[in-house]
Design a protein around this ligand. Structure first.
Ligand code: AMP
Length: 185
């Protein structure tokens, strides 16, 4: 796809993200991706944006983050013919896990991955709906590293660069991709 076509699809996706002011708490602009899923043509284009970026990459495993990462994850893993593994919030995975905790604005959170989800040397694409402070993605990347996986890229539909997460991921040495960003909006 040409750069102009890419930009067209990126703008198309961005224009269909719904922003809910002051949700779940005052001051947060919640970026709601449900309109992207509700319209079949839009959902297809959304998945295709990722397919076009990664179909020539040698990805072994798609690791997607609880819960909105799962929505695109299944369709993308099917199209790329990769293994699909969930990175879940604490206490949700039934088998032996590795876990990483990270700081939230208030309190702590923890993500887990099954110990056998990734084999040493496998190339892993990490996927979530959105990067804000980057805490979730950094913790997920640490889990992948602990199992010996190589993180090919951290991908999201939306980046919120003002919150610094994508910059933090890049400073940590990871490649980052997002379809669109909300910058000072
Ligand atoms: P963070 O760890 O701060 O990068 O936050 C990313 C995670 O929190 C993602 O799984 C998002 O689904 C969710 N999230 C954080 N901020 C927002 C927001 N403004 N709108 C929608 N989801 C958000």
């Amino acid at each position: 796809m040409s750069r102009a076509q890419n930009q067209y699809f990126d703008d198309y996706i961005k224009s269909r993200v719904r922003t809910i002011p002051d949700w779940p708490v005052e001051g947060v602009q919640f970026r709601d991706i449900t309109p992207l899923m509700q319209n079949p043509a839009t959902f297809r284009r959304l998945v295709d944006c990722f397919v076009h970026r990664y179909y020539e990459h040698d990805i072994d495993v798609l690791a997607c983050i609880d819960a909105r990462g799962f929505i695109i994850g299944g369709a993308l893993a099917y199209e790329l013919s990769t293994s699909l593994v969930p990175i879940r919030k604490r206490g949700k995975l039934p088998f032996d896990t590795v876990s990483e905790s990270y700081e939230l604005e208030y309190g702590k959170a923890e993500v887990e991955l099954h110990k056998d989800a990734i084999a040493a040397g496998q190339k892993v694409l990490l996927l979530d709906d959105l990067i804000a402070t980057g805490g979730t993605m950094l913790a997920a990347a640490a889990l992948i590293k602990r199992l010996g996986g190589e993180l090919a890229e951290a991908a999201a539909i939306i980046d919120l660069p003002d919150l610094g997460g994508s910059a933090k991921l890049q400073q940590a040495g990871y490649k980052v991709f997002s379809i669109c960003s909300f910058d000072g909006e």
